[in-house]
Design a protein around this ligand. Structure first.
Ligand SMILES: NC(=O)c1ccc[n+]([C@@H]2O[C@H](COP(=O)([O-])OP(=O)(O)OC[C@H]3O[C@@H](n4cnc5c(N)ncnc54)[C@H](O)[C@@H]3O)[C@@H](O)[C@H]2O)c1
Length: 318
């Protein structure tokens, strides 16, 4: 049994992680996986998610919690543990830092969205939410596109400034602008990724703000949570979800469906985009991710195989 830490996971290339996320969508297209809807256990504003999934080779379970107020204690909102096991013998193979797997694979989920839903000459992008996922999203935007300017927006301007300082060291060629004004960020950006713990839309419901842009929502994983106003989904030419379960789980999809500002047929599985890319010229795109255990499984499998090859991780005796 191997223990694979955040530090080990951080050494793995973005290419390997993004390819593992792509593999998850390929398994969806081939219907070659076994994954129940994930279980939410709520305790006041906090949530524990239980996320099991089987592929032919492995199975994995992630226990991940989201504590939106952890930031007040200077702690991350998302924590967790992932257990990877062998799908022939049932033996546990590895325990991994679930928060690190989550941040990497969620960055890559956004990254694939950027790859397939933005023009190659994208220049200006904006991230709303300068937390753990926001930083990972920024890294995967920069992995997929040579942008010149990145806007970083957060209610807490200090968090946005801190993220800009981290990214400046890694990607000095990019100009960073920080703000606590979401509308300013959306107006200036061609791509907007939101990765916040917000329950309410982050900017006003104005079609003029959204047309011709790409929007990716990473937060809002409950029916009463919403990051974007209805103008995004109702004006979008293309709407994708990482898993169709998002239509039940996220307020960014289920609220507009209830209000009938969007037809259910307009909402497509992101895996279909891999099979059939769409025209992006002058189009408005919306991609809603809630995450799924299959991403954790394919990423954890890739991490485990690499750890064996590169002798990473720490051996544990039961
Ligand atoms: N889609 C997925 O697969 C996936 C995976 C992991 C986490 N998430 C979700 O992503 C969200 C962010 O997670 P995190 O780990 O980055 O949390 P975090 O606490 O590290 O960061 C959240 C940031 O959002 C900011 N924020 C909150 N409300 C805001 C608002 N109204 N306007 C601007 N900024 C605001 C906070 O100040 C904070 O800096 C959570 O809801 C989490 O559940 C989704």
């Amino acid at each position: 049994m191997l223990f694979i830490s955040k530090k080990d996971i951080g050494k793995i290339s973005q290419e390997i992680i993004q390819n593992a996320v792509k593999k998850a969508y390929e398994l969806v297209l081939n219907n070659s996986y076994n994954m129940p809807d994930r279980i939410h256990v709520g305790d006041e504003q906090n949530t524990l998610l239980l996320m099991p999934c089987f592929s032919k080779e492995f199975f994995a379970t992630k226990l991940v919690s989201v504590f939106p107020d952890a930031v007040k204690f200077n702690q991350p909102a998302v924590n967790g543990v992932l257990v990877l096991a062998d799908n022939k013998t049932g033996q546990p193979l590895a325990i991994m830092d679930g928060a690190a797997v989550t941040a990497e694979r969620t960055g890559a989920v956004g990254g694939l969205g950027v790859d397939l839903l933005t023009p190659e000459n994208l220049e200006i992008a904006g991230i709303l939410g300068a937390g753990v996922q926001g930083l990972s999203q920024a890294r995967y935007i920069l992995f997929n596109r040579r942008i010149s300017k990145l806007w970083i927006g957060d209610l807490n301007l200090k968090a946005a400034d801190k993220m800009a300082r981290i990214l400046e060291k890694e990607f000095p060629q990019v100009t960073y602008v920080t703000t606590d004004n979401s509308e300013e960020l959306v107006t200036a950006s061609q791509l907007i990724i939101a990765a916040t713990t917000s329950n309410r839309p982050l900017f006003k419901n104005d079609p003029g703000l959204v047309k011709g842009k790409t929007f990716i929502s990473i937060g809002s994983f409950k029916p009463d949570m919403k990051e974007f106003p209805d103008a995004v989904i109702s004006n979008a030419d293309h709407v994708y979800v990482d898993t169709l379960f998002a239509a039940k789980e996220s307020g960014d999809i289920c609220i507009p469906l209830e209000k009938k500002v969007v037809e259910p047929e307009k909402i497509k599985a992101f895996s279909s985009l891999l099979a059939k890319p769409v025209c992006l010229e002058n189009k408005t795109c919306f991609f809603k991710s809630v995450g799924m255990a299959l991403f954790d499984l394919t990423v954890a499998s890739a991490v485990y195989k690499l750890a064996l090859k590169e002798k990473m991780g720490q051996k544990l005796e039961f």
